[in-house]
Write a protein of this length. Structure first.
Length: 490
């Protein structure tokens, strides 16, 4: 059976998935130890994926079983004996289970944006709990259940997650279907509707106040402390604490590329909204693995975007471009003094991104062309070993945005995502609030999809990238509408 490995970018070590670890056992502060799944190519996953897809099942976690470590640990028949009853309970408890979600060519929206290239939208608003988050955690649940069966364990450990809403709801739905207890660490001002939905699904809701910025998300800090004190398991949509959720999120990217393949279509670019980074990292991992396995000839450009109220990933991306440019003798006019007033530094960074898109685009194209050279790889290795010099908790004003679901203090999955964005020649965009609101209204008016502002933020990214000339009107572009708009449909 497949025996996937887990690679650490800082230790340069690998671990077996069957070890049951969720994070690198050698992780140290200030370094990047987020594990990355490495497919077992000897198991011929490409052939298995193609055969499974041809069978036409709509059930995501049966259809894409060759990509999931839970199946790799048990084998297909034993894996199904775990998957099927959980699927049945999800259907009974949630009124839905994990099935392939729609991918549509949105010609009205494309026309409204002045585009003549295909605009593909992957619609996750009808998935379990109304977003893509449950996908991530279903893979973790299946991994946990596979480990439990292999070890002959009967008891189930308590799970924990930190979230402002959709991730906690996805976790609660999946945990309940799997028979696990869950503690959800959420902001003190969590939407009362979300809190009620969590309690209805049996989650223990832990409300955490925010005192300021600079130390990290208080919900995440409380979550980490609970893991240390209680021995609970990380059931979170972030790869730094739980690599296995990325496998589940990657099913979203795999569905998109297989659906495009069925129509003999491709995409030139995707634009993905980023908070903690698990969604974008998962989609990027799917595309990179698909390229490796021969499902596509070239990697689409992977563009990402964050609100002006909080953009830690964009900051890290620009710092990476600046470092590579410096070592290559190229001009890049960003200067960031971490010892200076953080608010002024962030304002200057936003101003640079707004006024010098030409320089940023030139640098991104240059890095793509030399990605595999020693210069770039030395910088990326340096970033892994000195992670806190490039990614640190948001130290500006308290994060605020209409797209509040992507206001994470830290982009937890920044490193592997950054590699994919740089390798593909993609850009990282700071979104204006007015663009986020405009994209939200356009998404509803031109597609009829009940998507929330966070879930439509990739569209805002496309609008700004098109305005700067980074994406041309004729390109084929993919977006992910990822969250159901509860506020507008109540």
């Amino acid at each position: 059976m497949p025996n996937n490995l887990l690679g650490c970018p800082s230790c340069r070590d690998t671990y077996l998935a069957q070890s049951g670890i969720f994070s690198c056992p050698e992780r140290r502060p200030g370094e990047e130890h987020t594990l990355q799944r490495i497919l077992d190519l000897g198991a011929r996953p490409a052939e298995s994926i193609r055969n499974s897809w041809k069978q036409g099942s709509l059930h995501t976690f049966a259809l894409l079983h060759p990509l999931l470590s839970g199946c790799g640990l048990l084998g297909y028949d034993r894996y199904l004996r775990i998957l099927d009853p959980i699927t049945d309970r999800l259907q009974r408890m949630e009124g839905r289970s994990f099935e392939v979600t729609p991918l549509t060519a949105e010609s009205r929206l494309a026309s409204a944006l002045g585009r003549n290239g295909r605009l593909w939208v992957k619609n996750e608003t009808g998935n379990v709990s109304g977003s893509h988050k449950g996908r991530h955690l279903m893979a973790t649940l299946l991994y946990l259940e596979a480990l439990r069966e292999l070890r002959g364990e009967t008891a189930r450990k308590v799970l924990a997650i930190y979230s402002c809403g959709n991730a906690a709801l996805g976790a609660a739905a999946v945990a309940r279907a799997g028979g696990y207890g869950l503690h959800a660490f959420v902001p003190e001002d969590v939407d009362p509707t979300v809190a009620a939905m969590l309690a209805e699904r049996g989650a223990f809701v832990e409300k955490i106040p925010r005192a300021g910025t600079g130390e990290g998300d208080p919900c995440y800090l409380a979550f980490q402390e609970a893991l240390r004190q209680n021995g609970w398991l990380p059931f979170a949509c972030a790869g730094n604490d739980n690599w296995s959720n990325i496998e589940g999120g990657a099913t979203l990217g795999w569905e998109m590329l297989m659906q495009l393949g069925d129509r003999s279509e491709g995409i030139d670019s995707v634009v993905i909204q980023v908070g903690g980074g698990a969604l974008a990292r998962s989609v990027a991992q799917a595309f990179e693995e698909a390229l490796q396995l021969g499902f596509m000839r070239t990697l689409p450009r992977i563009h990402v975007c964050q609100p002006e109220g909080g953009f830690p990933f964009v900051r890290a991306y620009l710092l990476a471009l600046a470092e590579i440019a410096r070592r290559s003798g190229r001009s890049f006019d960003l200067r960031y003094d971490k010892g200076a007033d953080p608010i002024s530094q962030l304002q200057e960074t936003a101003a640079f991104a707004r006024t010098r898109p030409d320089q940023i685009q030139e640098a991104a194209a240059f890095v793509k062309g030399i990605f595999d050279t020693q210069v770039v790889q030395l910088v990326l290795n340096k970033m892994a070993d000195n992670a806190s010099h490039f990614m640190w908790p948001w130290d500006g004003a308290a994060p605020h945005s209409l797209a509040h679901g992507i206001l994470d203090d830290v982009t937890y999955d920044w490193y592997h995502l950054l590699r994919a964005v740089l390798r593909s020649g993609g850009l990282a965009e700071i979104l204006l609030e007015e663009t986020i609101r405009d994209a939200y209204e356009k998404a509803h008016f031109h597609t009829g999809i009940h998507v929330c502002p966070t879930g439509a933020s990739g569209l805002a990214g496309l609008m700004q990238l098109q305005a700067s000339g980074a994406i041309t009107p004729g390109e084929s572009v993919g977006l992910f509408f990822t969250g159901f708009d509860r506020a507008r449909t109540q």
